[in-house]
Ligand binder design. Structure first.
Ligand SMILES: *[C@@H]1O[C@H](CO)[C@@H](O)[C@H](O)[C@H]1NC(C)=O
Ligand SMILES: *[C@@H]1O[C@H](CO)[C@@H](O)[C@H](O)[C@H]1NC(C)=O
Ligand SMILES: *[C@@H]1O[C@H](CO)[C@@H](O)[C@H](O)[C@H]1NC(C)=O
Ligand SMILES: *[C@@H]1O[C@H](CO)[C@@H](O)[C@H](O)[C@H]1NC(C)=O
Ligand SMILES: *[C@@H]1O[C@H](CO)[C@@H](O)[C@H](O)[C@H]1NC(C)=O
Ligand SMILES: *[C@@H]1O[C@H](CO)[C@@H](O)[C@H](O)[C@H]1NC(C)=O
Length: 300
């Protein structure tokens, strides 16, 4: 069983309508514009340190324009959360800045990324039937990507946590999440493959963090460098709650500190760790810079 998330990268390259090259060329991209949720938010950071876009901007010397916000789902019309969604909040805020001239980016030097889905199919949405009636994985994935059934929150051995403390069958959650994630992944790839014909001139790619995270689980020693035993199942900060204990209360927490933190794949029950995000940033930067990369598929 593997974890899955994927990141869509879309680089607009106007003036290259007959361009044959697939993906951006080295040195082309100078700006990084990000949309998404707490995996990508640079203000309310989910990994206990710096978020991946901050590392990517530093590794690749990109100007960063971060629009991702924690809790963000694709659209509140699909999964009604009181959080800043892509369609009703993040994109309007981006376009408002473009329209009043605050933001003026050359399309041929700008890469846009979207990494979202955790909140669309997670413990508050599809998994427990909280979505708008009739909305299925196909509807949410046509905007978004899926989360991680291998995270402590969705593993077979999951414990009650600040994210979910009601009684549940963890085996069923894990199996259902695996289904959601794998079908969502496939649908997203097929939809993205069709996108280039509607966006001539754009470079459209898929960064396969499913495969990257799977490789981290298979050979943690290639990625993790902390001083604690390498750990791809637990979390830097794991908090065990009583059944039905309010998330507003404090669970019993075990917290790794200092150089021990970089031994973990997960930061908490749901979010990747800072070291995981450094790796994500490193690999995404390579892809954006047109370097050989094992996790990126360019469709145009
Ligand atoms: C992008 O296009 C502008 C003008 O349209 C040009 O001046 C610039 O050199 C181009 N950038 C790259 C990296 O090709
Ligand atoms: C442009 O729009 C953004 C988003 O609405 C706003 O925060 C900013 O103050 C505006 N800037 C100007 C110069 O109007
Ligand atoms: C939990 O779900 C699994 C898979 O459907 C099932 O085999 C198991 O019996 C369930 N456990 C309980 C305690 O209901
Ligand atoms: C991994 O971390 C968890 C804390 O989240 C801990 O309970 C577990 O023992 C650790 N596993 C290993 C192999 O160190
Ligand atoms: C682990 O490697 C990252 C680079 O991927 C580095 O920034 C970090 O400081 C290293 N952590 C430790 C504890 O050496
Ligand atoms: C891709 O993966 C292979 C096999 O693990 C490895 O040998 C190679 O160095 C990787 N390439 C890059 C560019 O990371």
């Amino acid at each position: 069983m593997k974890s899955l998330t994927k990141l869509i990268t879309i680089g607009l390259a106007t003036g290259h309508l007959v361009a044959a090259q697939v993906g951006p060329v080295p040195g082309q991209i100078k700006n990084l514009v990000t949309f998404g949720d707490s995996f990508t938010d640079t203000v309310l950071v989910g990994d206990g340190g710096e978020a991946w876009p901050v590392y990517a901007a530093s590794y690749g010397s990109f100007n960063l324009f971060p629009f991702a916000r924690s809790g963000g789902a694709c659209s509140i019309k699909l999964t009604p959360f009181p959080w800043p969604s892509i369609f009703e909040s993040q994109l309007p805020s981006y376009f408002a800045q473009v329209e009043n001239g605050t933001l003026s980016l050359l399309p041929n030097e700008t890469m846009y990324t979207l990494w979202v889905g955790t909140n669309d199919i997670g413990s508050e949405a599809l998994l427990i039937g909280q979505q708008t009636p009739g909305v299925t994985i196909v509807d949410t994935v046509s905007c978004a990507m899926a989360p991680l059934q291998h995270a402590p929150l969705y593993s077979v051995n999951s414990y009650p946590s600040g994210y979910y403390s009601a009684p549940r069958n963890t085996t069923e959650w894990h199996l259902f999440m695996t289904e959601l994630v794998n079908s969502g992944n496939k649908i997203a790839q097929l939809l993205l493959q069709n996108l280039p014909s509607t966006l001539p001139g754009a470079h459209i790619g898929l960064f396969d963090s499913y495969a990257l995270f799977s490789d981290m689980i298979t050979q943690p020693e290639a990625y993790f460098n902390g001083t604690a035993p390498l750990n791809v199942t637990g979390a830097v900060r794991s908090c065990v709650y009583e059944i039905n204990q309010s998330p507003a209360e404090q669970g019993v927490c075990t917290v790794a500190t200092g150089s021990d933190k970089d031994s973990f794949l997960w930061y908490d029950e749901l979010h990747p760790s800072e070291q995981t995000n450094r790796i994500v940033a490193r690999e995404i930067t390579d892809a954006i810079q047109g370097k050989a990369n094992n996790w990126t598929m360019w469709f145009s």
